[in-house]
Ligand binder design. Sequence first.
Ligand code: ZZB
Length: 267
Amino acid sequence: TEYTAIKLKVKEWSPEAAKEVKSRIPEDASVYFVPATLRPETMYGQTCCFLGPKIQYGIFKVSDKEYFVVTKRAAWNMAFQGKFFDQDHFPRDQSELQPVVELPGSAFVGTLVNAPLSVHSEGVRILPMETVSATKGTGVVTCVPSDSPDDYATVRDLAKKAEFYGIQKEWAELEIVPLIETPAYGNLAAKYLVESMKIQSPKDTTLLAEAKDLAYKEGFYNGTMLVGDFKGDKVSEAKEKVRSSLIKSGDAFPFADPSAEVISRSA
Ligand code: ZZB
């Protein structure tokens, strides 16, 4: 699967992560959470970024000034795509690729990051999502509740049970702005599908997989951009343009996940 990896720069650590990071990462270095997405054209609508609370994440050194937060598995894949080592050096063993810090996703919850292109330029929070897969992409998932049914169901649940999740309710309640107009599902496809299919919770995985498939197809084949530099373009055309522009600005890079479990479709 060919993803776009997006760089979400840390603005303020959660207290738990701050303790671990303090002595190990230089003050002047930038640390990025790096979600892998198949929908770069939806980055305008990012409202938070998800980690699996029980999944282990590493902070890996890219250069003196740059660090990435991803799963070890993703870092290993990135190492073969020119990250972390000198150009011609391919690591032979995972022991060559040690994280500077290793923590479960739960420790990062509450961290404030800058999400490129997002209308929420003040930043978005790292939040927990139980259904993140440790063996797909980077294990980091950027949240676009307008167009991803899983994300819509999850933020709704997080806001409803904020205390249970140990988060501030408002972190899960950033405004959901319309990004894409579709003939079948209106301009908030995920909300429409979750409500009309009566999806009750993020655990309704069978229905959510079906909703995701419908949202992908309708968005890609029939969607029109409502925001951004390519407003008015068909999604099928805007997708590649937004991707190129994010890569050109240094806010993203191509990332392949050859070993990802393929769930329902090919990109
Ligand atoms: C932003 C986004 C916006 C996404 C959207 C989807 C949609 P797929 O199709 O199964 O290959 N994702 C990435 N990594 C993981 C993970 N480790 N665990 C759980 N979810 C993950 O999945 C690719 C999409 O699943 C990615 O694209 C990411 O969410 C999420 F409007 O990024 B996406 C209709 C979907 N819309």
